[in-house]
Design a binder for this molecule. Sequence first.
Ligand code: HEC
Length: 140
Amino acid sequence: MAQKKTTSNLNKTLVGSLLFLIVFFSNSLLAETELTTNDNIYTKTQAKSGETLYKDHCLLCHDKKYFRPVFKAWEGQSLGTFFLVMNASMPETNPGSLLTKEYIDIMAYMLSLNRYASGEKELSAKSEILNSISIEPRKR
Ligand code: HEC
């Protein structure tokens, strides 16, 4: 009996340490993949395409300056959430009417308007990627 008890206590300790290790390592993995809007997350080509789309579909109601305070208000939140809200509510007259890729390009244009630096890698439409990018104040 006493023997059994020791084994099960040992098992508990083992499970406990394993859980600790899993949580510890997944946290450090997350920390490594965490990106912000400062990490050159879109390309110039996407922003250029987004500019044309913006003129066709958004300029009617929003001038270029509109998106600065909007991004400020969204600081600390994920780009994925912002994307969902924009996708589901805009253009106001016909929400969700553009292609996913077109919304991504418009978002790239907004990033360029807010003077976040572009890079080599295209901004993906994958929600798990967008969700891992947080909107942060622009680094100077
Ligand atoms: C017919 C007018 C109209 C058009 C066209 C339009 N919007 Fe809007 N948009 C609004 C209104 C009204 C609001 C909400 C009021 C406000 O915050 O100014 C808004 C709010 C927003 C917001 C802020 C959302 C938030 O919760 O912070 C974003 C971003 C946005 N629009 C993007 C776009 C984009 C991108 C397009 C083009 C694809 C677009 N809008 C086209 C009227 C429009």
